[in-house]
Design a protein around this ligand. Structure first.
Ligand code: ADP
Ligand code: MG
Length: 833
C-alpha cells in the first residue's frame, strides 16, 4: 500500500508541473506554426538587410547574435530566403563573401521547422572538397547552431572507419569529404539516408569536376531524389550536365556579383611579376626577406615542391616562422598547421591547392603564387584566401616569360584585374649557391630537390592548357641548378596507363617528349645503346658522390609508393614500370631479393636482383623491389594480377562442371536451328535472371526491415532497462489521466522539470524533441509510445552530451577551442549546443 499512496501524493504534487509543461509545449507548437507561416509569406525577392528581418527560429537567431552576425552579406540576403522556402539553389558570389552562412542557416532552419530528431536519421549532408574546409564549415555550424539540439558530425577520415561508424548512426547533419562519405554509405549499415532533406555542395564546381566525378555520382546514387540541393561557389558551375547529375529542380540561380566589373574582391590588389623559372626561388626568398612582418600564403603546384621549398628555406632561416601544408601529411599535422597559421600574426605557409579553396584564415596579407595556377578559376580561389569579408589583401602571381601572355589572357577573360610589377634588382638576393652547398652536404635535401624538380616537370606536362604551359620552352637545366641540384634529373616519359591523357596532347608535345625520351635534352648525346636507356642518374652515379648517392638512388620511389624500376634491362618488352606511373626516373637496382611466396610459379630470375613471377595466366609480374616483394605476401593485393576465377557447378557425385558445358554436337543439331536455340536460350536465361533479381531485391528489403526492427527493439530494451521500474509502471499509474506526457518517468525527473520551468535556459535539460504534432491527443497508441520513448531518451541525453554549459563555457561568440583532431572528434560526437 505504501508505495501506491506515495505515488498518489507524488502525482498531486506534480500536477502543476505537468500543466506548465503542457502549456510550454503548446506555446512551442504555436511558435513553430507561426514561423512556418512567416516563411511561407516571405517574399524571397524582398531586399532584407539584417538577419533579424528573416523568419528564423529562436535558436538560430540567438546563435547568430552570439556570434556577432547582424547584417547580411549580399549572397546571404539573396539566397537564404529562397533556401528557407525550400528551393534548390545555385549560389555564386566572390570569395570571402559569406557563402557558408548562406547555406548553414537554411540547413538549421529547414530541419528545425520539420522538428527533426535523431529518429529521423540524417537530415542534411554538406560536402566539401577538402578536410580542412569541412572542419571549418563544421566549426561555423557549431558556432551558429549552438542553441540547437541537432547532432552534427564530421566525416573526413583520419580515424578508423569503425570508430566513425559507431557515431554516425544518429547524426542529423554531417559535414564530409566525398571519399570518406562514400565509404560510409557503402559500408555503414546504421547510416540512414533515406530521409535526407538537404544536400549542400560547398565549392560545388570543384566537387562536380572530374577529380570527384565517380565518387560524387556514387554518393548521389545513395541519396533520395526528393530533396533540396544547394550549390555554392565563387566560380559556379552552370553546366546542364552537372545539374542533371544532381537532379536539381528548377534551381534558383543566385549570382550576386555577376554584373560586377571584377570577379575578385574589390579590396584585393593583384599583381604579377615576370620571373624566369630558374629565378623563382631567388625572387620568393627576397620577397619573404623583405616582408617579415606579414602573413603570407605561398602556393606551389605539388606537395614535393612544397616540401623542398619549406625544408630548404628553413635551413636558410629567413626570420619568420615557416609552415607547410599538402595533402600527404597526416591529418593531425594538417589540422595543427592550419590552426597555427590561423593564429599566427606573421608567418609564411607553403601550400598546395589543398589550401586554395574556401579556407578562411584570418588576416592574410599576401597570397603568392609561385607556380602558375592551372586555370583562371584556381587563380581566383587562391587569391581569395586574402581580402576576405571587406578586408584588404594583396596577391602576387609569378609568371615565367613563356606563361605570361596566355595566362594574362585567361585572367582577363575571367575579369581579373591584374597589373605588372617589377622586382627591385637592388633587393634581390640569390640563394642558388647556398642551396647548392646545402644539397651537396645534405643528401636528404638533395633528394627532396630532385623529387621537387621531377614533380614540377610532371605537373607542367600534365597541364591541360598548353598555350600557357609549354614544357619545351622551359630552361629545365637552369631550373635544376636553381634548386641546388648538380644537374637536371632526366625524366623518362613512359606510355603507361595514363596514355589517355597523353593521347590528348598536341602532336608537337608528343614529339618533344619522344625526343626527351631518347635523351636529346640540353644537347647531350643520345644515351640509347642496345635498347637500354642510360639515365642521368646512371651517369651521375658513375661520375661522383657514389657513396652518398647510392643509398638515395636505391630509395627513389614513385609517387604511388612503389619503387621505381628499370625497364628493358632484360630485353623484356613489358616495361617494368607499367604500374601506373606516367613519368618516372630510372634507377639502379639493389642487390639480393630472395624467396618467393608459394603458390606462384617462378619463371626465371632474369637479373640477379629481379624476379619475374607468372600468376595464373596473366602477364608476368616483375619483382624488383622490396615493396613488390611484399606484394607477393598479400593475397588481396595479388588479386589485381590474377585472372578472374571460373564458376564451377558440382553435380551430385561431386564432379565439377563448367556452368555452360558443350553438349554433344549431334544432339544439339537434332534440336533444331542454332539461331532459334540461341534465342530461346537467351530468353530463358534472361527470365531466370529477372526472377533471381526480384528475389534478391525482396531479400534485401526484408533484411533491411529486419535490421531496422532489431535496432529499434534493441534501443527500446536499452531504454527500458535504463529507465528502471518507475518508467515501466508509469503508464498504469497514469491511466486515468490519459496524458501522454504524464506517463514519462516523472518520479525521476520531476525536480528537473521544476527547475526547467523556472529557468528555461538551463542547458542540462534538453529542449523538446517531439515531432510537430497538432493532433497530439488523438495520436495513436504507437505514436504515443514513440513520443514517450523520445521524452525519456531526451532526459537522459545530457549526460552523454558535451559537458559544456553556458555557465562554464566560453563567452558567446567564442566556442570551445579546437586544437587537435581528438578535440574535433569529441565535438563531432557531441551535439550542437
Ligand atoms: P565564402 O564562403 O564566401 O568564401 P565565408 O563564408 O568563408 O566566405 O565567410 C568569409 C568571412 O566573412 C568569414 O570570416 C565569416 O565569418 C565572415 N562573414 C560571413 N558573413 C558575415 C556577416 N553577415 N557579417 C559579418 N561577417 C560575416
Ligand atoms: Mg566558402
Amino acid at each position: 500500500m505504501a508505495p501506491a499512496q506515495s505515488a498518489r501524493q507524488g502525482r498531486q504534487a506534480r500536477k502543476p508541473v505537468l500543466n506548465a509543461r503542457k502549456l510550454k509545449r503548446k506555446r512551442n507548437e504555436e511558435q513553430l506554426a507561426s514561423l512556418g507561416q512567416r516563411v511561407e509569406e516571405l517574399d524571397p525577392k524582398a531586399q532584407l538587410e539584417s538577419f533579424s528581418e528573416l523568419p528564423l527560429s529562436e535558436p538560430t537567431a540567438n546563435g547568430l547574435a552570439a556570434s556577432h552576425y547582424k547584417t547580411m552579406t549580399d549572397i546571404q540576403a539573396r539566397a537564404i530566403p529562397f533556401a528557407l522556402k525550400g528551393a534548390d539553389i545555385l549560389g555564386a558570389a566572390k570569395t570571402g563573401s559569406g557563402k557558408t552562412l548562406a547555406f548553414l542557416i537554411p540547413v538549421l532552419e529547414n530541419l528545425y521547422r520539420k522538428q527533426w530528431t535523431e529518429y529521423d536519421g540524417l537530415g542534411a549532408l554538406i560536402i566539401s572538397p577538402t578536410r580542412e574546409l569541412a572542419i571549418q564549415i563544421f566549426e561555423v555550424l557549431r558556432k551558429i547552431g549552438r542553441y540547437h539540439t541537432f547532432s552534427a558530425g564530421l566525416v573526413i577520415g583520419g580515424k578508423s572507419l569503425k570508430e566513425e561508424q559507431e557515431r554516425l548512426a544518429r547524426m542529423n547533419i554531417l559535414v564530409c569529404t566525398p571519399g570518406r562519405m562514400l565509404q560510409h554509405l557503402d559500408q555503414t549499415a546504421e547510416l540512414d539516408v533515406y530521409n535526407l532533406q538537404m544536400l549542400v555542395l560547398d565549392e560545388a564546381d570543384r566537387i562536380m569536376d572530374m577529380g570527384f566525378q565517380q565518387t560524387v555520382d556514387a554518393i548521389i546514387e545513395h541519396l533520395p531524389k526528393e530533396r533540396q540541393t544547394l550549390l555554392f561557389s565563387a566560380t559556379q558551375t552552370k553546366r546542364v550536365s552537372d545539374l542533371a547529375r544532381l537532379s536539381l529542380q528548377d534551381p534558383e540561380y543566385v549570382a550576386v556579383h555577376e554584373s560586377a566589373e571584377t570577379s575578385t574582391p574589390t579590396t584585393l590588389q593583384q599583381h604579377y611579376v615576370v620571373t624566369p623559372l630558374p629565378e623563382k626561388l631567388n625572387t620568393l626568398w627576397s620577397f619573404i626577406r623583405s616582408n617579415l612582418k606579414a602573413k603570407t600564403l605561398v602556393f606551389l603546384s605539388s606537395g614535393k615542391q612544397v616540401r623542398y621549398v619549406y625544408e630548404s628555406f628553413r635551413h636558410l632561416q629567413p626570420g619568420v616562422p615557416l609552415l607547410h601544408l599538402h595533402g600527404r601529411q597526416k591529418q593531425g599535422g594538417r589540422l595543427d598547421i592550419t590552426t597555427r597559421f590561423s593564429r599566427a600574426k606573421y608567418a609564411v605557409l607553403f601550400a598546395t591547392d589543398v589550401a586554395a579553396r574556401g579556407l578562411d584564415f584570418p588576416a592574410v596579407d599576401w597570397v603568392i603564387q609561385l607556380d602558375c595556377p592551372e586555370d583562371a578559376d584556381t587563380y581566383i580561389h587562391r587569391v581569395g584566401r586574402t581580402a576576405r569579408y571587406e578586408r584588404n589583401g594583396r596577391a602576387v602571381l609569378f609568371l615565367d616569360p613563356t606563361e605570361e601572355e596566355a595566362m594574362l589572357k585567361r585572367l582577363a577573360q575571367k575579369k581579373v584585374p591584374i597589373e605588372r610589377i617589377n622586382v627591385k634588382a637592388k633587393k634581390k638576393q640569390s640563394i642558388k649557391d647556398q642551396l647548392q652547398n646545402m644539397c651537396f652536404k645534405d643528401p636528404e635535401l638533395k633528394y627532396l630537390g630532385q623529387k621537387a624538380f621531377i614533380s614540377y616537370v610532371k605537373s607542367i606536362y600534365l597541364q591541360k592548357d598548353k598555350e600557357v604551359f609549354k614544357l619545351k620552352e622551359l630552361p629545365l637545366e637552369e631550373f635544376a641548378a636553381s634548386l641546388g641540384l648538380p644537374g637536371a634529373p632526366r625524366i623518362k616519359f613512359i606510355k603507361g596507363e595514363d596514355s589517355k591523357a597523353q593521347k590528348n596532347q598536341p602532336r608537337a608535345l608528343q614529339k618533344l617528349l619522344n625526343e626527351e625520351e631518347s635523351g636529346e635534352e640540353n644537347g647531350e648525346k643520345k644515351a640509347k645503346k642496345n635498347g637500354e636507356v642510360r639515365t642521368k642518374y646512371d651517369r651521375m652515379f658513375e661520375r661522383r658522390n657514389q657513396d652518398v648517392l647510392a643509398d638515395h638512388y636505391s630509395k627513389l620511389i614513385n609517387d604511388d609508393g612503389t619503387a621505381i624500376a628499370t625497364g628493358q634491362a632484360n630485353g623484356d618488352t613489358q616495361d617494368a614500370d607499367a604500374d601506373d606511373e606516367f613519368l618516372s626516373v630510372k634507377r639502379r637496382y639493389e642487390a639480393g631479393d630472395e624467396g618467393l611466396d608459394d603458390g606462384l610459379s617462378e619463371a626465371s630470375s632474369v637479373r640477379k636482383d629481379v624476379k619475374v613471377v607468372h600468376i595464373d595466366g596473366k602477364e608476368p609480374l616483375v619483382i624488383d623491389s622490396k615493396r613488390r616483394e611484399k606484394l607477393l605476401k598479400s593475397k588481396k593485393k595479388l588479386l589485381k594480377y590474377k585472372s578472374k576465377g571460373t564458376k564451377l557447378i558440382y553435380d551430385e557425385e561431386g564432379n565439377p562442371h563448367q556452368v555452360y558445358e558443350l553438349e554433344d554436337e549431334e544432339k544439339f543439331k537434332a534440336q533444331g536451328d542454332a539461331k532459334e536455340q540461341r534465342a530461346k536460350f537467351l530468353e530463358a536465361e534472361a527470365e531466370k535472371t529477372r526472377l533471381a533479381d526480384i528475389t534478391d531485391k525482396e531479400i534485401a528489403r526484408q533484411k533491411r526491415r529486419e535490421k531496422k526492427e532489431k535496432r529499434k527493439a534493441r534501443e527500446r530494451a536499452l531504454r527500458e532497462q535504463q529507465a528502471g521500474p518507475t518508467a515501466v509502471l508509469a503508464p498504469y499509474e497514469e491511466e486515468d489521466e490519459g496524458d501522454v506526457e504524464g506517463d514519462v518517468d516523472m518520479a525521476s525527473v520531476s525536480e528537473h522539470d521544476e527547475e526547467y520551468e523556472e529557468n528555461e535556459e538551463e542547458e542540462t535539460r534538453p529542449a523538446k524533441r517531439q515531432r510537430m504534432s497538432s493532433e497530439d491527443d488523438a495520436s495513436s497508441e504507437e505514436e504515443e509510445e514513440e513520443e514517450k520513448e523520445k521524452e525519456k531518451e531526451s532526459k537522459k541525453r545530457p549526460a552523454k552530451r558535451s559537458k559544456r554549459t553556458h555557465k562554464e563555457g566560453p563567452a558567446p561568440g567564442e566556442p570551445v577551442e579546437v586544437n587537435t583532431l581528438e578535440d574535433l572528434e569529441a565535438l563531432a560526437t557531441g551535439l550542437l549546443e
